[in-house]
Design a protein around this ligand. Sequence first.
Ligand SMILES: *Cc1c(COP(=O)(O)O)cnc(C)c1O
Length: 531
Amino acid sequence: MATDLLALTLLKSPGELGASIAFGNSQRFGVPMGCGGPHAAFFAVKDELKKQMPGRLVGKSWDQYGVPTYRLALQTREQFIRREKATSNICTAQALLANVSAMYAVYHGPKGLKDIAMEVHKATVLLAEGLRLLGWTINNETVFDTIMISNGDISTDKIQRRCDEKKINICHYGDGLLYGVSLDETVIGSDLIDLLYVFGANEEEAASVLYSVSDADSNVSITGSGHERETPYLTHPVFNSYHSETKLLRYMKELENRDLSLCHSMIPLGSCTMKLNPTSALLPVSLPQFNTIHPYVPSNQTTGYQGLIDELESYLCSITGYDKFSFQPNSGAQGEYAGLCAILAYLRDKGEGQRDICLIPASAHGTNPASAIMAGLKVVEIPMNKEGEVTKDSFKQKIEEAGDKLATIMVTYPSTSGVFEDSIREVCDMVHYYGGQVYVDGANLNAQVGLCRPGDYGGDVSHLNLHKTFCIPHGGGGPGMGPIGVKAHLAPYLPGHPVTGPNPLKSFGTVSSAAWGSASIIPVSWAYILM
Ligand SMILES: *Cc1c(COP(=O)(O)O)cnc(C)c1O
């Protein structure tokens, strides 16, 4: 069941309604729109499904003194254990944003959240009743924050002109007859008056319409609908203790003091990850010009973003030797998936749909085999020798064995142990000779930037982890951005998105709900490269 966290403070929970799995996005718990992200999605399951969940589960037990303790139920990321049998390829997730949303809930608590939800809901009901008075039909039985509106006698052109005048975006459901409006906690009375004006009231009329309606006896209200929530939520003390800014500040500081960070010592993160994130590169994330934009606004409202992304694309092309980038993937693993899908679409288009083998060295990052399986490939592992190396000869043998079934190989360069193997060109040439494509895992491009370029030594596609090499903080596991670069022949097969026009014919599809993934952190990498 798709859910909305704020709505669930008023509505019966998915669990009570019999759902096995509930999922949704936590964006509206205090995370800016950011033209699409970053924000944390979530899913939750009934008890009997919890062992099938991917990732790290935290279990509660008791130590020898009877003190409650928390432990990781799965020791490490599951792709590192299960590899091609993993149930998910996700590694970098949205931990930082999950914490932002959690703190929003900690600060407001169950009662505060319900008050916010009720404000949003009341405003929506008032708008619905006002629109009815103006002669519109409301196409919902019960609403929370979104209404669908039809059958007015005012033209789409006029509505659009008035939207432009008031700087409001509404949803057009295509046929010019049905419109959608969603409200959030930032909406105030004058916004409702503006919306009534947009839908045909004149300026004076709009205010009097709003003051003449009431939410009390509305039949679209949740109150009295039978859907009202009666069960408690957020009963843990942490959600009921820190409802002033100073209390919250002290709680957060107390948590921060438990962190081992660059302020204290060298930090034990992988060699891959940027350890210093200059403040100046991070500033844009909190500027309203970047973070208040809805990802589905008309494209003439995102020309700044488009210019910035075009520039970043040209920098990344010159750094990597690739010809084109897609900024849709939100992480390295999602980039792997998208890149592999682009390769498969390209091969199918060439009439070589039988190619389904992906060769991956045993030393590869766990996401590689997990992504390959998700993309529908068969993983063949290339073993390491006693020294832990994958030799050119073992590559050669596996490439020959795969023959006309070879779709792609996924290589990490320099190798996972940090060695710039001098046979990389030969291996890439061999793959191309046998009709396959080369996926270079570019997560840790910092070892190559300015020294060599995957596009020069034989790569056809790579993801770059902007949250490793290009300075986006890793946030205890995210947010990330994993754009993929490709050589020109793969460009037509990159992900498409409805916001940037109908999917190009050859595109394999879409991997994110927003056209440029977590767009609002892209300025971090742009600024870092310029500096
Ligand atoms: C981090 C990493 C990945 C996965 O990237 P995520 O953004 O965590 O999904 C893939 N390959 C290598 C070599 C990595 O270091």
